[in-house]
Design a protein around this ligand. Structure first.
Ligand code: ADP
Ligand code: MG
Length: 249
């Protein structure tokens, strides 16, 4: 589904991601793990068009998406969440989900200002797209509450709904379980499994190895920006290079 080849980005002298060649298969849960600062979030930023790579190519569904702007990447079918929650707490849960949808429809600023016919159609479409996304994450009943009034777990789900409302084929989740207690984490894992059962492909960043072992089909391990291992959980967890990386961190 997604292939990166010799992907790299440098910030000054720091190779945040270096020469990574890897792929993400459709219909699976792929975990990207590695110690803090390994380049996991940067990897997502590259795939989603937030950062422009210094080297390498990115192909999605057979097409080159290297250097496409973020909204084009979303339009092709890749959506993401962020490591830190980026929801609008003063807006309703539904309004948050609608924002995600509008990234895809690209309802332009002019249309919004002029209240054109196209803007009204986009508004309706965003509303139904937003509601559909809320249903997928189990928040349809709270659509009209303020997002900031939800629990931390609820707010995380709003973030996932924002990404889902663009109707992606591949969803990138950056540390979705951060700050969650064990029960919330179990619920989140069930949600991710449901989404994948419904046909979505998921890649998630997680630095807690124990957490991804029961969830991931495939694991990609980054360390100092480089790929040090790739494979199913039982193989990766026994890999000496992986154990070394974690012990040393
Ligand atoms: P991880 O998510 O695995 O903890 P990151 O991808 O956030 O790691 O960071 C990898 C490295 O890239 C770190 O050394 C970080 O400081 C650096 N880095 C990430 N983004 C930037 C940026 N915008 N400017 C400079 N350095 C960055
Ligand atoms: Mg990170």
């Amino acid at each position: 589904m997604l292939e990166v080849q010799n992907l790299g980005i440098r910030f000054g002298g720091n190779h945040a991601v270096q020469d990574v060649t890897a792929s993400i298969e459709a219909g699976q849960i792929t975990a990207i793990i590695g110690p803090n600062g390994a380049g996991k979030s940067t990897f997502f930023n590259l795939i989603s068009g937030f950062y422009q790579p210094t080297t390498g190519r990115i192909r999605f569904l057979g097409q080159d998406i290297t250097r496409l702007p973020t909204h084009e990447v979303v339009a092709r079918g890749i959506a993401r969440t962020f490591q830190t929650t980026t929801i609008y707490k003063e807006l309703s849960v539904l309004e948050n989900a609608m924002i995600g949808h509008r990234v895809r429809t690209r309802a332009g600023l002019w249309d919004a200002l002029l209240r054109t016919g196209r803007e009204r159609r986009d508004e309706e479409e965003s509303r139904s797209g937003g509601m559909a996304a809320l249903e997928r994450v189990g928040l349809a009943g709270q659509a009209h509450q303020l997002a900031g009034a939800l629990t931390q777990e609820g707010q995380k789900r709003v973030g996932i709904a924002m990404a889902l409302s663009s109707d992606p084929k591949l969803l990138l989740l950056d540390e979705p379980a951060a700050g969650m207690n064990p029960e919330e984490t179990v619920n989140l894992m069930a949600l991710i499994r449901d989404l994948v059962a419904g046909g979505l492909s998921v890649a998630l960043v997680e630095h807690k190895m124990s957490l991804v072992m029961g969830l991931a089909d495939e694991i990609l391990v980054l360390h100092h920006g480089q790929k040090i291992a790739e494979g199913p959980p039982n193989q990766v967890s026994r890999d000496p290079a992986v154990i070394e990386a974690y012990l040393g961190s």
